[in-house]
Design a protein around this ligand. Structure first.
Ligand code: CP
Length: 356
Protein backbone atom coordinates (compact mmCIF):
# COMPACT_ATOMS: atom_id res chain seq x y z
CA UNK A 1 0.00 0.00 0.00
CA UNK A 2 1.46 3.40 -0.88
CA UNK A 3 0.95 6.67 0.93
CA UNK A 4 -1.63 7.95 -1.58
CA UNK A 5 -3.94 4.97 -1.09
CA UNK A 6 -3.58 5.22 2.69
CA UNK A 7 -4.60 8.88 2.46
CA UNK A 8 -7.88 8.05 0.76
CA UNK A 9 -9.41 6.41 3.78
CA UNK A 10 -8.09 4.97 6.96
CA UNK A 11 -5.69 7.81 7.66
CA UNK A 12 -8.63 10.01 8.55
CA UNK A 13 -9.28 8.01 11.73
CA UNK A 14 -6.35 8.06 14.14
CA UNK A 15 -7.39 5.01 16.13
CA UNK A 16 -7.85 2.95 12.97
CA UNK A 17 -4.51 4.17 11.64
CA UNK A 18 -2.79 3.35 14.94
CA UNK A 19 -4.12 -0.19 14.84
CA UNK A 20 -2.66 -0.93 11.39
CA UNK A 21 0.27 -3.37 11.30
CA UNK A 22 3.47 -1.38 11.21
CA UNK A 23 4.39 -2.69 7.76
CA UNK A 24 1.23 -1.07 6.37
CA UNK A 25 1.91 2.26 8.06
CA UNK A 26 5.49 2.70 6.96
CA UNK A 27 4.77 4.07 3.44
CA UNK A 28 2.87 6.91 5.09
CA UNK A 29 6.12 8.04 6.72
CA UNK A 30 8.29 7.89 3.59
CA UNK A 31 8.75 10.13 0.55
CA UNK A 32 10.22 9.00 -2.77
CA UNK A 33 11.60 5.83 -1.20
CA UNK A 34 13.42 7.62 1.59
CA UNK A 35 12.64 8.04 5.27
CA UNK A 36 10.67 11.23 5.99
CA UNK A 37 9.31 10.79 9.53
CA UNK A 38 11.66 8.78 11.77
CA UNK A 39 9.36 7.14 14.31
CA UNK A 40 10.14 3.43 14.69
CA UNK A 41 13.29 1.30 14.55
CA UNK A 42 11.40 -1.02 12.18
CA UNK A 43 11.71 1.68 9.49
CA UNK A 44 15.44 1.05 9.22
CA UNK A 45 16.89 -1.75 7.14
CA UNK A 46 20.51 -2.75 6.77
CA UNK A 47 21.08 -0.59 3.70
CA UNK A 48 19.63 2.56 5.28
CA UNK A 49 21.62 2.00 8.49
CA UNK A 50 24.88 1.57 6.60
CA UNK A 51 24.10 4.72 4.63
CA UNK A 52 23.50 6.70 7.86
CA UNK A 53 26.81 5.42 9.27
CA UNK A 54 28.76 6.30 6.13
CA UNK A 55 27.29 9.80 6.04
CA UNK A 56 27.97 10.22 9.78
CA UNK A 57 31.61 9.14 9.27
CA UNK A 58 31.91 11.59 6.40
CA UNK A 59 30.42 14.46 8.37
CA UNK A 60 32.70 13.93 11.34
CA UNK A 61 35.78 13.78 9.13
CA UNK A 62 34.86 16.73 6.89
CA UNK A 63 34.03 19.06 9.74
CA UNK A 64 37.44 18.72 11.36
CA UNK A 65 38.60 21.52 9.01
CA UNK A 66 37.04 24.98 8.78
CA UNK A 67 36.33 24.72 5.03
CA UNK A 68 34.54 21.42 5.59
CA UNK A 69 32.54 22.80 8.51
CA UNK A 70 31.62 25.91 6.53
CA UNK A 71 30.39 23.77 3.66
CA UNK A 72 28.31 21.50 5.94
CA UNK A 73 26.93 24.58 7.74
CA UNK A 74 25.61 25.82 4.41
CA UNK A 75 23.75 22.63 3.46
CA UNK A 76 20.49 23.37 5.30
CA UNK A 77 20.94 27.01 6.31
CA UNK A 78 17.52 27.75 4.78
CA UNK A 79 15.76 25.35 7.20
CA UNK A 80 14.36 25.72 10.73
CA UNK A 81 13.63 23.01 13.30
CA UNK A 82 11.54 22.89 16.48
CA UNK A 83 12.84 20.84 19.39
CA UNK A 84 9.78 19.98 21.48
CA UNK A 85 11.14 18.00 24.43
CA UNK A 86 8.56 17.92 27.20
CA UNK A 87 10.23 15.00 28.99
CA UNK A 88 13.64 15.47 30.59
CA UNK A 89 16.63 14.98 28.30
CA UNK A 90 20.26 16.04 28.24
CA UNK A 91 22.03 14.18 25.44
CA UNK A 92 19.21 13.51 22.98
CA UNK A 93 18.22 17.17 23.13
CA UNK A 94 21.78 18.49 22.93
CA UNK A 95 22.91 16.10 20.24
CA UNK A 96 19.92 16.96 18.04
CA UNK A 97 20.44 20.68 18.73
CA UNK A 98 24.09 20.46 17.73
CA UNK A 99 23.34 18.16 14.78
CA UNK A 100 20.97 20.84 13.47
CA UNK A 101 23.56 23.56 13.98
CA UNK A 102 26.27 21.53 12.22
CA UNK A 103 23.98 21.42 9.16
CA UNK A 104 23.16 25.13 9.47
CA UNK A 105 19.55 24.57 10.62
CA UNK A 106 18.16 27.27 12.92
CA UNK A 107 16.42 25.93 16.02
CA UNK A 108 13.68 26.85 18.48
CA UNK A 109 12.74 24.85 21.56
CA UNK A 110 10.05 24.12 24.12
CA UNK A 111 11.16 21.95 27.02
CA UNK A 112 8.26 22.30 29.41
CA UNK A 113 4.53 22.58 28.69
CA UNK A 114 4.30 25.15 31.49
CA UNK A 115 6.00 27.63 29.14
CA UNK A 116 3.70 26.95 26.19
CA UNK A 117 0.03 27.70 25.56
CA UNK A 118 -0.73 24.13 26.69
CA UNK A 119 -0.85 25.77 30.13
CA UNK A 120 -3.81 27.80 28.82
CA UNK A 121 -5.59 24.65 27.69
CA UNK A 122 -4.32 24.26 24.14
CA UNK A 123 -4.26 20.60 23.13
CA UNK A 124 -0.93 18.90 22.33
CA UNK A 125 -2.34 18.30 18.82
CA UNK A 126 -2.90 22.04 18.23
CA UNK A 127 0.49 22.78 19.78
CA UNK A 128 2.41 20.60 17.33
CA UNK A 129 0.31 21.86 14.42
CA UNK A 130 1.35 25.39 15.40
CA UNK A 131 5.02 24.42 15.13
CA UNK A 132 4.53 23.47 11.50
CA UNK A 133 3.42 27.03 10.72
CA UNK A 134 6.92 28.23 11.55
CA UNK A 135 9.47 25.46 11.06
CA UNK A 136 10.51 22.78 8.56
CA UNK A 137 11.04 19.88 10.99
CA UNK A 138 9.81 18.79 14.43
CA UNK A 139 12.12 16.81 16.69
CA UNK A 140 10.29 15.71 19.81
CA UNK A 141 10.25 13.71 23.01
CA UNK A 142 6.88 13.14 24.61
CA UNK A 143 5.64 11.06 27.56
CA UNK A 144 2.30 10.06 25.98
CA UNK A 145 2.47 6.68 24.25
CA UNK A 146 2.20 6.99 20.44
CA UNK A 147 1.94 10.80 20.51
CA UNK A 148 5.04 11.23 18.34
CA UNK A 149 3.47 8.94 15.74
CA UNK A 150 0.21 10.87 16.05
CA UNK A 151 2.10 14.12 15.40
CA UNK A 152 3.56 12.70 12.18
CA UNK A 153 0.13 11.40 11.17
CA UNK A 154 -1.41 14.82 11.85
CA UNK A 155 1.33 16.65 9.94
CA UNK A 156 0.84 14.41 6.92
CA UNK A 157 -2.80 15.48 6.74
CA UNK A 158 -2.09 19.21 6.81
CA UNK A 159 -1.33 21.46 3.87
CA UNK A 160 2.08 22.20 5.40
CA UNK A 161 3.49 18.81 6.37
CA UNK A 162 6.91 18.78 8.03
CA UNK A 163 8.98 15.73 8.96
CA UNK A 164 8.87 14.49 12.55
CA UNK A 165 11.70 12.75 14.39
CA UNK A 166 11.05 10.66 17.49
CA UNK A 167 13.51 11.58 20.25
CA UNK A 168 11.83 9.21 22.72
CA UNK A 169 8.18 8.27 23.02
CA UNK A 170 6.64 6.97 26.25
CA UNK A 171 7.93 3.46 26.95
CA UNK A 172 7.57 2.58 23.26
CA UNK A 173 10.60 3.50 21.23
CA UNK A 174 13.73 5.62 20.95
CA UNK A 175 14.75 4.88 17.36
CA UNK A 176 17.56 7.42 17.01
CA UNK A 177 19.15 6.05 20.20
CA UNK A 178 19.10 2.62 18.54
CA UNK A 179 20.71 4.11 15.41
CA UNK A 180 23.55 5.59 17.45
CA UNK A 181 23.89 2.36 19.44
CA UNK A 182 24.32 0.33 16.27
CA UNK A 183 26.66 3.04 14.91
CA UNK A 184 28.74 2.55 18.06
CA UNK A 185 28.82 -1.23 17.45
CA UNK A 186 29.73 -0.56 13.79
CA UNK A 187 32.63 1.71 14.73
CA UNK A 188 33.84 -0.47 17.59
CA UNK A 189 33.85 -3.69 15.57
CA UNK A 190 35.17 -2.36 12.23
CA UNK A 191 31.68 -2.56 10.67
CA UNK A 192 31.35 -6.28 11.57
CA UNK A 193 28.23 -6.63 13.71
CA UNK A 194 27.38 -10.11 12.41
CA UNK A 195 28.03 -13.00 14.83
CA UNK A 196 28.28 -10.70 17.84
CA UNK A 197 26.71 -11.47 21.20
CA UNK A 198 25.05 -8.50 22.84
CA UNK A 199 23.99 -8.54 26.49
CA UNK A 200 21.30 -6.05 27.52
CA UNK A 201 21.12 -5.48 31.26
CA UNK A 202 18.71 -3.79 33.66
CA UNK A 203 15.12 -2.61 33.28
CA UNK A 204 14.36 -4.30 29.97
CA UNK A 205 10.61 -4.18 30.58
CA UNK A 206 10.30 -0.40 30.52
CA UNK A 207 13.44 0.68 28.68
CA UNK A 208 12.60 2.06 25.23
CA UNK A 209 16.25 1.99 24.13
CA UNK A 210 16.57 -1.80 24.49
CA UNK A 211 13.29 -2.27 22.66
CA UNK A 212 14.42 -0.19 19.67
CA UNK A 213 17.87 -1.80 19.67
CA UNK A 214 16.33 -5.29 19.65
CA UNK A 215 14.30 -4.38 16.56
CA UNK A 216 17.43 -3.24 14.70
CA UNK A 217 19.22 -6.52 15.36
CA UNK A 218 17.14 -8.19 12.65
CA UNK A 219 19.43 -6.45 10.15
CA UNK A 220 22.53 -8.39 11.23
CA UNK A 221 23.06 -12.12 10.71
CA UNK A 222 23.72 -14.49 13.57
CA UNK A 223 23.57 -11.88 16.33
CA UNK A 224 22.80 -13.39 19.73
CA UNK A 225 21.08 -11.46 22.49
CA UNK A 226 21.33 -12.12 26.22
CA UNK A 227 18.68 -10.36 28.30
CA UNK A 228 19.94 -9.98 31.87
CA UNK A 229 17.44 -8.62 34.38
CA UNK A 230 15.54 -9.32 37.56
CA UNK A 231 12.38 -11.22 36.61
CA UNK A 232 10.27 -8.16 37.50
CA UNK A 233 11.97 -6.21 34.70
CA UNK A 234 12.22 -8.91 32.03
CA UNK A 235 11.89 -8.01 28.35
CA UNK A 236 8.30 -7.71 27.13
CA UNK A 237 6.76 -10.57 25.15
CA UNK A 238 6.14 -8.50 21.99
CA UNK A 239 9.90 -8.06 21.54
CA UNK A 240 10.56 -11.75 22.26
CA UNK A 241 7.93 -12.67 19.65
CA UNK A 242 9.59 -10.32 17.15
CA UNK A 243 12.97 -11.99 17.77
CA UNK A 244 11.48 -15.47 17.32
CA UNK A 245 9.77 -14.40 14.09
CA UNK A 246 13.08 -13.13 12.71
CA UNK A 247 15.11 -16.13 13.97
CA UNK A 248 17.23 -13.99 16.26
CA UNK A 249 18.75 -16.13 18.98
CA UNK A 250 18.25 -14.92 22.56
CA UNK A 251 18.03 -16.13 26.12
CA UNK A 252 16.93 -14.55 29.37
CA UNK A 253 18.83 -14.85 32.63
CA UNK A 254 19.24 -13.23 36.04
CA UNK A 255 22.88 -14.37 36.26
CA UNK A 256 24.71 -11.09 35.56
CA UNK A 257 28.29 -12.39 35.74
CA UNK A 258 27.66 -15.44 33.58
CA UNK A 259 25.82 -13.33 30.97
CA UNK A 260 28.32 -10.49 30.65
CA UNK A 261 31.28 -12.88 30.46
CA UNK A 262 29.96 -14.20 27.12
CA UNK A 263 29.16 -10.88 25.50
CA UNK A 264 30.96 -8.83 22.86
CA UNK A 265 28.92 -5.79 23.86
CA UNK A 266 27.40 -5.20 27.29
CA UNK A 267 24.55 -2.69 27.13
CA UNK A 268 23.78 -1.44 30.63
CA UNK A 269 20.56 0.45 31.42
CA UNK A 270 19.10 2.16 34.45
CA UNK A 271 15.88 1.33 36.27
CA UNK A 272 13.10 3.37 34.63
CA UNK A 273 11.36 4.27 37.89
CA UNK A 274 9.64 7.27 36.30
CA UNK A 275 7.16 4.64 35.05
CA UNK A 276 6.44 3.28 38.56
CA UNK A 277 2.82 3.35 39.59
CA UNK A 278 3.29 2.28 43.23
CA UNK A 279 7.02 2.52 43.86
CA UNK A 280 7.54 -1.03 42.54
CA UNK A 281 11.19 -0.35 41.63
CA UNK A 282 12.11 0.06 45.27
CA UNK A 283 10.94 -3.51 45.97
CA UNK A 284 13.42 -5.02 43.50
CA UNK A 285 17.04 -5.65 44.48
CA UNK A 286 19.14 -4.53 41.50
CA UNK A 287 22.51 -4.57 43.26
CA UNK A 288 23.59 -7.77 41.47
CA UNK A 289 22.95 -6.12 38.05
CA UNK A 290 25.57 -3.37 38.45
CA UNK A 291 28.88 -3.30 36.57
CA UNK A 292 31.71 -2.91 39.08
CA UNK A 293 35.46 -2.52 38.60
CA UNK A 294 35.92 -6.24 39.41
CA UNK A 295 33.78 -7.19 36.39
CA UNK A 296 36.42 -5.81 34.02
CA UNK A 297 38.37 -9.01 34.80
CA UNK A 298 35.62 -11.39 33.70
CA UNK A 299 34.49 -9.80 30.44
CA UNK A 300 36.17 -10.42 27.09
CA UNK A 301 39.29 -8.37 26.41
CA UNK A 302 37.64 -7.23 23.18
CA UNK A 303 34.22 -6.51 24.70
CA UNK A 304 32.76 -3.03 24.82
CA UNK A 305 30.60 -1.56 27.59
CA UNK A 306 27.73 0.64 26.46
CA UNK A 307 25.02 2.64 28.20
CA UNK A 308 22.46 5.03 26.66
CA UNK A 309 22.98 7.22 29.75
CA UNK A 310 22.12 8.83 32.08
CA UNK A 311 23.47 6.37 34.64
CA UNK A 312 22.99 6.07 38.34
CA UNK A 313 24.87 3.23 39.98
CA UNK A 314 24.71 0.71 37.09
CA UNK A 315 28.35 1.34 36.17
CA UNK A 316 30.98 2.17 38.77
CA UNK A 317 32.67 5.48 37.93
CA UNK A 318 36.15 3.91 37.93
CA UNK A 319 35.09 1.73 34.96
CA UNK A 320 35.13 4.92 32.84
CA UNK A 321 38.94 4.72 32.71
CA UNK A 322 38.92 1.33 30.97
CA UNK A 323 39.34 1.53 27.17
CA UNK A 324 36.39 -0.85 26.78
CA UNK A 325 34.04 1.76 28.30
CA UNK A 326 32.34 3.14 25.20
CA UNK A 327 29.45 5.17 26.62
CA UNK A 328 31.01 8.64 26.37
CA UNK A 329 31.98 7.99 22.76
CA UNK A 330 28.53 6.49 22.23
CA UNK A 331 26.80 9.74 23.21
CA UNK A 332 29.04 11.74 20.84
CA UNK A 333 28.30 9.24 18.06
CA UNK A 334 24.68 10.28 18.56
CA UNK A 335 25.32 13.79 17.31
CA UNK A 336 26.92 12.56 14.06
CA UNK A 337 24.33 9.84 13.48
CA UNK A 338 21.50 12.34 14.04
CA UNK A 339 23.14 14.89 11.71
CA UNK A 340 23.39 12.15 9.07
CA UNK A 341 19.74 11.18 9.53
CA UNK A 342 18.58 14.81 9.17
CA UNK A 343 20.71 15.25 6.05
CA UNK A 344 19.04 12.16 4.56
CA UNK A 345 15.51 13.34 5.47
CA UNK A 346 16.18 16.66 3.72
CA UNK A 347 17.89 14.95 0.77
CA UNK A 348 21.33 16.58 1.04
CA UNK A 349 23.17 13.37 1.94
CA UNK A 350 24.36 12.97 -1.66
CA UNK A 351 26.23 16.29 -1.31
CA UNK A 352 27.99 14.95 1.78
CA UNK A 353 28.71 11.59 0.14
CA UNK A 354 30.17 13.29 -2.95
CA UNK A 355 32.81 15.20 -1.03
CA UNK A 356 36.40 14.00 -1.15
N1 CP B 1 19.98 8.39 26.11
C1 CP B 1 19.11 9.39 26.32
O1 CP B 1 17.98 9.40 25.79
O2 CP B 1 19.58 10.36 27.15
P1 CP B 1 18.79 11.69 27.57
O3 CP B 1 17.59 11.26 28.35
O4 CP B 1 19.78 12.48 28.38
O5 CP B 1 18.38 12.39 26.32
Amino acid sequence: MDRTSLMTGIEKDWNKFLSLPISEKLPYFERDGRIYDCLFAQQLDRKSLTHIFEIADKLRTMTKKKEGMDFVNSLLSHKKAMLYFVQPSTRTFLSFLNACHILGIKTGEIRDTSTSSELKGETPEDTVRTFSSYVDMIIMRHPTPNFVEKTAWLMNKTNRPVPVINGGSGKDQHPTQAILDVYTLYRSFNSEIENKTIAMVGDLKRGRTVRSLSYLMKNYKNVKLIFISPKEFAMESDILEFLKKHNISYYETDNFEEGISQADAIYMTRIQDEHDKNGESKKVDISSFEFKQKHLDIIKKTAIIMHPLPRRSEIEISVDEDPRAMYWRQERNGMWARAALISIIFGVDHKVAALK
